[in-house]
Design a protein around this ligand. Structure first.
Ligand SMILES: [Zn+2]
Length: 212
């Protein structure tokens, strides 16, 4: 059974790989961002508690996230899962192994991308001022949205500042998971600087060999 944790810094292409792994294996994906949003929208007691943190821009505490993940797993996780953005901390990873209602992952896939490469991606990112679609502009030549014809704008300064804060968090809190999963022999490190297709083919090879 596949129980996979996907680890990677912001802008590492995790979302793209997640979708492809999900359709390869047919396992449900838990993205903690989506999970939190859905809970808030549901208006449940837990959702209102979550909203109290999110609306202040504060971190949702570990314990609250653990409860949400636990109920998601009880509902969807019987035949395996893929986790995106969780565990985010060593404490969460340890709880996933040992707390009741959770199961240990069978594999951790880490996308390895140096900070300078990630910042380059953010500098090349453009957003459509009309429809909000985002594009990567390698030589700065594209200025019209191919979807709707709106003007493409760069938010690189804002995004870079935001990225650096999130990256520092990732480096301090999440990167220790590399060692944690490596010590268990569960870590697959993938060079995330390659194209999305090449990154995926490394992951796909590993997963299909694991099955056979
Ligand atoms: Zn557009």
């Amino acid at each position: 059974m596949h129980r996979i944790v996907l680890i990677g810094p912001p802008a590492s292409g995790k979302g793209t790989q997640c979708k492809r792994i999900e359709s390869l294996l047919g396992v449900p994906t838990l993205g903690t961002g989506n999970l939190l949003r859905r809970e808030v929208e549901s208006g449940s007691d837990l959702g209102q508690e979550v909203d109290g943190y999110l609306s202040k821009g504060a971190y949702v505490p570990d314990g609250l996230i653990m409860r949400l993940v636990q109920s998601w797993m009880a509902e969807h996780g019987e035949a395996g899962w893929l986790l995106d953005g969780f565990p985010r901390t060593l404490a969460q990873a340890q709880a996933l192994e040992s707390d009741s209602g959770f199961q240990a992952p069978s594999l951790a896939i880490a996308l390895d991308v140096p900070q300078a490469v990630l910042e380059g991606r953010i500098n090349n990112r453009r957003e459509c001022s009309e429809c909000g679609a985002t594009f990567s502009v390698v030589n700065g030549t594209m200025d019209i949205c191919p979807d709707c014809g709106g003007a493409l704008v760069s938010r690189a300064d804002d995004d870079l500042e935001n990225f650096r804060a999130r990256y520092a968090n990732y480096r301090d809190l999440t990167q220790p998971l590399f060692d944690y999963y490596a010590a268990q022999g569960k870590l697959l490190v993938v060079d995330g600087t390659a194209s999305p297709d090449d990154v995926y083919s490394v992951i796909e090879n590993h997963l299909t060999q694991e099955v056979s």
